[in-house]
Design a protein. Sequence first.
Lengths: 342, 342
Amino acid sequence: MESRTEISSLGEFGLIEHLTKNIELQNASSIVGVGDDAAVIDHFGKQTVITTDLLIEGVHFDLAYTPLKHLGYKSVIVNISDIYAMNALPTQITLSLGISNRFSLEAIDEFYEGVYAACEKYAVDLIGGDTASSQKGFIISVTAIGEVSPDRFVKRSTARKGDLICCSGDLGGAYLGLVFLEREKKIFLESPQVKPDLEDQKYVIGRLLKPEARKDIIDFLGDSEITPTSMMDISDGLSSEILHICRQSELGCVIYEEKIPISEETRNAAFQFELDPTACALSGGEDYELLFTMSQNDHEKLLLNEQISVIGFMTEPEKGQKIITKGGNTFDITAQGWNAFR
Amino acid sequence: MESRTEISSLGEFGLIEHLTKNIELQNASSIVGVGDDAAVIDHFGKQTVITTDLLIEGVHFDLAYTPLKHLGYKSVIVNISDIYAMNALPTQITLSLGISNRFSLEAIDEFYEGVYAACEKYAVDLIGGDTASSQKGFIISVTAIGEVSPDRFVKRSTARKGDLICCSGDLGGAYLGLVFLEREKKIFLESPQVKPDLEDQKYVIGRLLKPEARKDIIDFLGDSEITPTSMMDISDGLSSEILHICRQSELGCVIYEEKIPISEETRNAAFQFELDPTACALSGGEDYELLFTMSQNDHEKLLLNEQISVIGFMTEPEKGQKIITKGGNTFDITAQGWNAFR
């Protein structure tokens, strides 16, 4: 039997000490970490980039099928993905948790294992936070801090007419992972003896439960001397994000359905669930890929990186936001992309 | 009748736009504010200080007697108080909210009124955040960012033997405000027709519901060229905080009961509730005053500021952490200070 340690047996300061005692700061910019009123960082000569996310049980995640270690990992990833999306490098995070008494210390340790795994992989320091008891549900608030050379950050509002629209990795997988796990949960609740076969859907489940942040793309863009003209990460689905860039840059766009990167595994999963893979990519969300625009002059530099797809281009605002389907039809892009196809 | 606008009628992006559209950035260091993947700040030549707090309804606040505007104000104050406690100046905050559907847009507006009032008073910019729906209860996560000249921050761990222990303002009031409001809530639930007389307890209620951060003390210390050797804010009660400084500085201390600053209003309230005012100051918490140590050589400089009390001094660690009562008895300071008096 697994042991269960009540968090109340440690108290708040005991818990913080337990969770943070092995931290070794990796970044020279981390001057003061956990254990004081505040942390101190020194991005001397650089600008500091800050983002924050609040994740609430039952709204953003379902512990019925989300291992706590994966949840800890993902909580870090979704935040540092926003830092990369500014063309910056993440250097520190703070982490606050609201914990209900149904959680044991062992459960919280598992969550932190995932947090520390992500911190190690992306060379980010955990420098502060807060722990509180919650009356109901698990609450996670992460703030990520990064650095960027002065004025090298990339906003959403600075795309230019004629720029290429590019997208990293492939889209729609995380959404299909969610559809699959929601179905399995329903089956399990009805017939607990049925064991789900997760092997078939390993790719899409992995896309949902263990996303990565695209540091490699930011590194590639830097090495290739490509400065995106605008950039953001894809957390809400391609449609919603491209509309943000168009609105904030006051431009139109055209994207081509056939250019939207969708993996074979995602297509197969969509087929099984009778869903349109393009709709999943446009509206699914949670893929944490990067969406960016860049000058057409840099097009050749992309040829070396098969992780980047050119999916369209920016137009004058009067032309609106359009998607051209494989069949050659043109539709307006809407925040829920599949509506255009109904 | 007050109007009620459902938040769902705006959607997440509509809500963010509504809440943040009037923001005018006040700090030159706020380069990019709300509306992108992340905010950008430029503390060029300064170090950046970060702190975060998670406030959960039913755990940290009770909306039965906490006006939302006050709650918004206090959410900012408790965080920037931590920045001041590092001897730094707060410059930005991020704010994330988890909102259940029992909240109307008007209620959230009221909360933000308090947030913006605090931001304006302390010249802090709101530069980012997240809004989420919560299944139950109101959840507030604030991260505050500040700046300090290189290596001028003040930690908890650097007090020295012989240093004076100083405390700003007065203590115990917020706790008595809480005791009073909890009693009134109980009376109201039993007999809704009884109207509480708040006037008598105005001071202690104000200490609880509308605390201020002690910017004035930080300014005074700077102007007087006093560099505290250690500092923190008093959020959990004087006993708990002094023990943090002793533990992290590896020292003992002596404090004098008669030197602990307690206002007349707090003494009167304690008397009414048959509580020991000293116990309220030692263990009450939420006063958000500053506790700091400094060299005895700077003692004279304090004479000009009646908002600062010298309450004791640091000793070698072997001497332990002691309080000397008005009657001349010596007790160990414990995290729940009143235990020493039982």
